[in-house]
Design a protein around this ligand. Structure first.
Ligand code: SAM
Length: 232
């Protein structure tokens, strides 16, 4: 059984996609999406030996070696220049790392129609990268599993500013323009908690003699709280 997190990622894979799952670990996602009849074929990319071997044995166990190619390598470098991949999934890493993988692999994105990205933290880095690189965020989801909150970002080539028409750019990049619109309980809960956390830090800064006037971190936190509270 696939986790709810990966199931949500998989639900955005287009029918008959030729998929590349980067940082695939056990290759659960490509195996699942092929067994479900969604993806047509896949590459499972892994940088680390252990997970790479797990991916290989999982693909063999599922008897999918003819449709899933397991490759060891860094990020999108596992994709050959001649290969036409139309969907890329990158899940279960920090937003900074996902952004780095996309940025270093820009040349491999020519034929890609859809990116499905699931950062564990710092989704803002990905939203910024998408905006700067011609990708339009077409949907987002926020889910909770085992007391952890995950965001799933779906992007296609298009009009990068489109989702930010109705929210301020700063707020949209931090919270997610689609997530703001949907405003689910999980979303509100996450950001209420974040605000509470930032307020505690503010109190500590204040107790140490810092103020809005003399401390940049103070200003940053206070502005951030204001942005978020306007949405909640
Ligand atoms: N994608 C799976 C999931 O969501 O359950 C596995 C997530 S696991 C926490 C992250 C995996 O990404 C690890 O197996 C790690 O070795 C791999 N990884 C980290 N950096 C990578 C890179 N630059 N290229 C390919 N794989 C990478």
């Amino acid at each position: 059984n696939l986790s709810k997190r990966l199931e949500t990622v998989a639900s955005y894979i287009p029918k008959d996609a030729i998929l590349a799952d980067i940082g695939s670990d056990h290759a659960y996602l490509p195996c699942y999406s092929i067994l479900q009849g969604v993806a047509k074929s896949a590459i499972a990319g892994e940088i680390t030996e252990g997970p790479f071997l797990s991916a290989k044995s999982q693909v063999m166990k599922c008897e999918l070696s003819d449709v899933i190619s397991v490759r060891q390598g860094d990020g999108l470098s596992v994709i050959e220049d001649s290969e036409v991949i139309d969907c890329i999934t990158i899940a279960g890493m920090g937003g900074g790392l996902i952004k780095k993988i996309l940025d270093e692999g820009k040349g491999k994105l020519t034929h890609v129609k859809r990116l499905i990205l699931q950062p564990n933290i710092h989704a803002i880095y990905i939203r910024q990268w998408l905006l700067e690189n011609g990708w339009e965020l077409i949907d987002e989801e926020i889910i909770e599993e085992d007391h952890k909150i995950y965001e799933i970002l779906v992007a296609e080539k298009g009009e990068p500013m489109q989702p930010y028409q109705t929210v301020s750019l700063q707020t949209g990049l931090l919270l997610g323009p689609h997530l703001i619109k949907k405003k689910s309980d999980i979303f509100s809960g996450k950001w209420t908690q974040e605000c509470r956390h930032w307020k505690t830090i503010l109190e500590q800064l204040e107790a140490a003699g810092h103020t809005y006037e003399n401390n940049e971190k103070f200003r940053e936190l206070e502005n951030q709280i204001k942005l978020v509270e306007e949405v909640l």
